[in-house]
Design a protein around this ligand. Sequence first.
Ligand SMILES: Cc1ncc(COP(=O)(O)O)c(C=O)c1O
Length: 280
Amino acid sequence: MSRYAYVNGNFTRFNQAKVHIEDRGLQFGDSVYEVWAAKDGVLLDDIGHLHRLSRSLGMLRIELPLPLGSLKPIIGNLLRLNRVKNGLVYLQITRGVAPRDHPFPKNATPTIIITVRPKNYAQLEAKAQKGIKIVTKKDLRWKRVDIKTTNLLPNLLAKQEAIDEGAEDVWFFDDNGKITEGSAQNAWILNKEGNLQTRGLGEDILGGITRSTIMALAKKLNLKIVEKPFSVQEAIEAREAFVTSATSFVTAVVEIDGRPIGNGNVGSVATILRKAYFEN
Ligand SMILES: Cc1ncc(COP(=O)(O)O)c(C=O)c1O
């Protein structure tokens, strides 16, 4: 159980932590967020996530009211206060509080919220060893999903539909039938030629921090990477499929739209990359 949250400069008892009813994050989703995994007290890919946060804020023209560099010690303090060494850190920054009106308010101070939550890595590992089933759905999100905003309604609806259909998650496809990404993960395959394939960066996917770390690790392991969109059919016919994110690390996809991927078991390349991520 979390005991403390960070809200606008204060470490507050979790069950008393509050933001204003006219916060623009609440009213418009006028906010950005980041998620880090903490493992053995270490914040994974800390710099990458901070850089992306800074970019997201810049794209929305939200000015951070404190130096970016001060966030890491604040997160460290929050983890210690909650006695969490293994867990997830959630940070959200909104444009702030103002009477409800679409234009940017002149004098609002951004709201900063940070929460942490413990995670049982042994349980996660057991789950990852089974892999996940996914279904594909049309990508109905807005056209700037490269910005990590809290506008996640299409992701939530699609994920719930996937769960209702007996899968664990969803991969979105674009108007050309090519996979963009998952509801909260980047999508990868080991294609028929034996190369790793994932969509290239653009406005239609989030530039995953885990994606770029895995890319660097794969290069070190002499795996060839192709940054090119792939179709639903190519995914179904792939040797392996997997997702990457700060919450799933590298997790194999064993079934897409009811069809087994490869032999229907967790693939060896996904396993190697997951291991490499933790040893990195
Ligand atoms: C839509 C989407 N794509 C990809 C990712 C993976 O990003 P990261 O590896 O930085 O967690 C996320 C993470 O939340 C996401 O929401």
